[in-house]
Design a protein around this ligand. Structure first.
Ligand SMILES: C=CC1=C(C)c2cc3[nH]c(cc4nc(cc5[nH]c(cc1n2)c(C)c5CCC(=O)O)C(CCC(=O)O)=C4C)c(C)c3C=C
Ligand SMILES: [Fe+2]
Length: 434
């Protein structure tokens, strides 16, 4: 298993539940009836089996009715836990990011009812069960496929629900950056939902259920659809590539790091208390100017990042996981990793230790009006405090990152993502009912 692939593979909150008793440490083994065992290598390189829980919804009729689900379909991420799912969960191949605004006249009571409905639906779908009487049937033959549904609150939510006094200071609007070309209609929002799954139909099914549940309480403000590599597409699980072709995510904080929780999650002792175990998500739709980037010679592409495109190794030498040697000089007397290289500028040691967990999806929305690909990165960064994560790093990148010539920040959002619900609780209950 690649160390880096594990960057977002924590089990610090939610557990991957598989049907194979030998799945490995840190896994909560399903007690449900097993239909069979596949033993294939799946997400994160785990030996996975068929989850009986999924089978209830994914039962196949006919001659194959005893066939187990493939490992990708059977993987279940737990809804309940200290942290919400979808933060340390391994990257899924399909993602939907949706922001909602509360409807005119909807306040705290309607918001609480909505969070209760959404939580009921998310729990069921993540367990591979139907979403209720209005289930569309789109995911009928599939298992949970690592589905996660993650909920957050935007700055405006607290005014709308008259909970302004409980709004965390961390939700104060992000500063303007000189390279921003933000579209306000595709930015922010009262509520934010992140859906991820390793099957596009499972993800779409969840998306429609969440939209259906919104009912008269909330309307979609914006929606962005993304993707990542499909589990099993590479010979071994490895760090994802983005649409510029770079291995992206290598130097993410790792759940095994002693300061991982402190960097990514709000401590139990912090204020406001309802955010204990939560995290702040910075969401940016970053367009890549691919027509220009793709014309750049490989060596210049590599200098812009400071890493090799082929294997993600630093230009200072070693393999993907070798530490960057920022003080190494070439025979020409220049730093081997250029002063404006993205990886140098973004490195925690260049930013007073500022770090965040980057968990992005690529997007491709066809060809824009100007004839260029409308493609790039749905950048999602998780941190305990945006002022100690995204903000200082983006400030620095904004002042001279070689990659920024090829990027355009087109939309932005900042959301408070509460801790995971305890059994019987809905997400955000500690805010809405305290
Ligand atoms: C403000 C935070 C960041 C934004 C916005 C951002 C955009 C962005 N990044 C890439 C590609 C790569 N980024 C890499 C590393 C990296 N990026 C950030 C922060 C932002 N990136 C950090 C903190 C780091 C880690 C730096 C370090 O500690 O070494 C890399 C190198 C591989 C890796 O470590 O992930 C690539 C490649 C793109 C394409 C992009 C916008 C579209
Ligand atoms: Fe980056």
């Amino acid at each position: 298993m690649s160390e880096t692939k594990n960057a977002a593979n924590g089990n610090t909150g939610n557990t991957l539940r598989t049907g194979t008793p030998s799945a490995g440490p840190g896994l909560d083994i399903s007690r449900r009836k097993l239909l069979g065992t596949v033993g294939a290598v799946g997400v994160g390189g785990l030996a996975l089996g068929a989850a009986g829980g999924a089978a209830a919804y994914a039962a196949v009729e006919g001659p194959d009715d005893t066939s187990p689900l493939a490992s990708v379909g059977s993987t279940e991420v737990m809804f309940h836990g200290k942290h919400q799912a979808g933060i340390t969960t391994p990257l899924q191949s399909t993602g939907h990011l949706i922001a909602f605004d509360l409807a005119p006249g909807a306040g705290r009571k309607e918001a609480a009812a909505l969070m209760r409905r959404w939580s009921t639906t998310a729990r069921a779908l993540m367990a591979g069960e139907p979403s209720g009487s209005a289930d569309t049937g789109v995911a009928l033959d599939a298992g949970p496929s690592s589905l996660t549904v993650t909920f957050g609150f935007g700055h405006s939510f607290f005014d709308r629900t008259q909970l302004t006094d409980r709004r965390p200071a961390q939700l104060d609007p992000l500063p303007d950056f000189s390279s921003d070309q933000l579209d306000a209609r595709r930015s922010n929002g009262d509520l934010w939902v992140q859906i991820g799954a390793d099957d596009a139909l499972v993800a779409f099914h969840a998306l429609r259920a969440i939209q259906h549940d919104a009912g008269a309480a909330a309307t979609v403000r914006w929606q962005m659809n993304g993707f990542n590599r499909t589990p099993g597409a590479t010979a071994k699980p490895m760090t994802a590539r983005n649409l510029m072709g770079q291995i992206d995510g290598t130097n993410n904080p790792k759940p095994a790091d002693p300061d991982f929780d402190e960097r990514v999650f709000v401590p139990d002792t912090a204020q406001p208390a309802w955010m204990a175990g939560g995290s702040y998500a910075v969401v940016r739709r970053i367009r890549m100017l691919l027509d220009t980037w793709e014309k750049l010679p490989l060596t210049e592409q590599e200098q812009a990042v400071g890493r090799r495109k082929s294997n993600g190794a630093p230009l200072s030498g070693g393999t993907e996981t070798t530490k960057l040697q920022l003080d190494k000089f070439g025979p020409d007397g220049k730093p081997v990793i250029a002063l404006n290289a993205h990886a140098r500028i973004a490195a925690p040691e260049q930013n007073g230790g500022a770090a965040m967990l980057r968990r992005a999806f690529s997007f491709h929305d066809g060809i824009a009006a100007d004839g260029t690909p409308d493609a790039g990165l749905l950048f999602v960064a998780w941190q305990a405090d945006p002022l100690k994560g995204f903000v200082p790093v983006q400030r620095k990148l904004d002042r001279g990152d070689a990659l920024s010539t090829f990027l355009r920040h087109e939309a932005s959002g900042l959301f408070a993502v509460p801790g995971g619900p305890r059994a019987g609780e809905y997400v955000g209950q500690r805010l809405l009912e305290s």
